[in-house]
Design a protein around this ligand. Structure first.
Ligand code: 5GP
Length: 184
């Protein structure tokens, strides 16, 4: 059977990484988090929502491949599902932030990492404001995180893809996946 591929996607909040990831046709890992559920989100679809204590228990039991504290909340990747889907020969997609991506790369050196950049910082701020899921203060918090993340993105990832246009970004990433599969 064909082997699977681990694809880690990061990018600043608002860059459109979830939209791009959904169009790749792989299996997308559902993370566990302690952050509150947003309007339009669903348990088990966007995240598995837990209390902080539950997240700490998952970490203590070693049930997460990696985890991080982001904006004061826990986020982590459940280990067993990604193993199962990889064993099944699937493209396993992790949409996670930069620290988590670095930890995945340490644990799974074969994982392919892609950082998605916005066309510009102004465009990113506009997208964050327009999606109306954060307060003005939260938007500024996310912009500050974005600046730091993009510095890391420029140096620490295998590939950088600019999300100027969604279909183009999707096809760029699919090309990367095909090339990486050939190399193995
Ligand atoms: P949001 O609150 O906007 O859904 O996610 C905040 C950040 O956490 C995003 O950059 C998202 O990619 C990242 N994230 C989501 N799940 C995980 C995870 O399981 N592990 C890590 N390290 N980051 C995650």
């Amino acid at each position: 059977m064909e082997k699977g591929l681990y694809l880690v996607i990061s990018g600043p909040s608002g860059v459109g990484k979830d939209t791009v990831a959904k169009k790749l046709g792989g299996w997308i890992s559902v993370s566990a988090t302690s952050r509150g559920i947003r309007d339009g989100e669903e348990e088990g679809v966007n995240y598995f929502y837990h209390s902080r204590e539950e997240m700490e228990a998952l970490i203590a039991r070693g049930e997460l491949l990696e985890y991080t504290l982001y904006n004061g909340e826990y986020y982590g990747t459940p280990l067993q599902p990604i193993r199962d889907h990889f064993a099944n020969g699937e493209l396993v997609i992790l949409v996670i932030e930069v620290e988590g991506a670095a930890n995945v790369k340490k644990a799974i050196p074969d994982a392919v990492t892609v950082f998605i950049m916005p066309p510009s910082m102004e465009e990113l701020r506009e997208r964050l404001i327009n999606r109306k899921t954060e307060t003005a203060e939260q938007v500024e918090g996310r912009m500050q995180i974005a600046v730091r993340e993009m510095e890391i993105g420029k140096t620490e990832y295998d590939y950088i893809v600019v999300n100027q246009e969604i279909e183009q970004a999707v096809s760029d990433i699919l090309k990367i996946v095909e090339e990486e599969k050939k190399r193995r």
